[in-house]
Design a protein around this ligand. Structure first.
Ligand code: MG
Ligand code: ZN
Length: 304
């Protein structure tokens, strides 16, 4: 039977892109991309379908590789924001296998709500980084202005979630129990200042563990987007390392690098690769920039 004309055009397009026969079943989502600095909006359609063969001849410009992959790996295989957002949405819907992550508070204690989220790195961004890690609650010291900045961001309508690599646990410099006490003190300190944090996600692994959660991998951000019903389209990842920026870019969120002139200089080469949307001195400067409206998230279209 002949497919309806509009569908057959989609089949043809899919075949041109992938180099194999493809049958498009149904739309998964319609996405509107409107990034700061771009005067126009782009509409993206993402479909599910069935491929006639696994021997791909990909067009080189958009799709870099096709493979059977977990969500966090798939995110690293495309630069297309529509594809990234579709993967995050599929993960949020529970269509993709769950990635185990470490949460300070159980998921059941979190209130689901819609709206943008600012994902914030912990050490060096909210609190002072210490040589050899922050190992005990007594060693936790907030950066000047960080609490006020996070409170301001909440008043702009953002929820906050902390996303932190803690390889000090894997190295035995501290214990997970002690890490959780440090996180609890951080949450309390911020709450007292009116900067309520929804949760802290932490990776207690080290690089060689090959886990899905260690930034720049996006496992913790995927879990947080799912827990918080957040869309990367209007959310931010903010941190003081290029790996923070890369993790944010992996899910297609907006990204900000925080660091003074000296730190920017030290990471100049990596930052060129990571391409953050925004580079600022600290969280206070980040909040100020968002208040200026220059980086206000685009209005969420009704049909996504
Ligand atoms: Mg950091
Ligand atoms: Zn991990």
């Amino acid at each position: 039977m002949e497919p309806p004309r509009r569908v057959s055009r989609l089949w043809r397009t899919a075949k041109e892109e992938l180099g194999v026969p493809a049958k498009v079943d149904r739309p998964l989502g319609v996405y509107l991309s409107g990034f700061p600095g771009k005067p126009t909006f782009t509409l993206g359609f993402v479909y599910s379908g069935t491929l006639g063969s696994e021997r791909f001849r990909l067009k080189a410009d958009e799709i870099e590789r096709v493979d059977w992959l977990p969500a966090w790996r798939a995110l690293g295989m495309t630069r297309n924001p529509f594809a990234k957002w579709a993967i995050v949405d599929a993960y949020r819907r529970g269509d993709l296998p769950e990635i185990p992550v470490h949460r300070q508070r159980p998921r059941s204690a979190m209130k689901p709500a819609n709206g943008p989220v600012i994902f914030v790195d912990r050490d060096g961004t909210i609190n002072r980084e210490r040589e050899g890690a922050v190992r005990t609650p007594a060693e936790l010291a907030f950066n000047p202005g960080a609490k006020a900045a996070l409170r301001a961001l909440r008043s702009f309508g953002y929820r906050l979630a902390v996303i932190t690599n803690q390889d000090a646990v894997a190295w035995g410099w501290t214990t997970e129990r002690m890490l959780r006490r440090v996180n609890a003190k951080l949450i309390r300190g911020l709450a007292t200042a009116g900067a309520t944090v929804e949760n802290v996600y932490y990776c207690p692994h080290e690089l060689r563990d090959g886990c899905a959660c260690r930034k720049p991998r996006p496992g913790m951000l995927l879990a947080a987007c799912s827990d918080l019903a957040a869309s990367p389209r209007d959310s931010w990842m903010v941190g003081d390392r290029p790996d923070d920026v890369l993790a944010g870019r992996a899910i297609g969120s907006l990204t900000a690098f925080v660091g003074d002139a000296k730190r920017r200089e030290a990471f100049a080469v990596d930052l060129e690769d990571a391409r953050p949307d925004l580079v600022v001195d600290d969280l206070a400067a980040f909040a100020k920039t968002l208040r200026s409206g220059r980086f206000a998230p685009p209005k969420r279209p009704a049909y996504t």
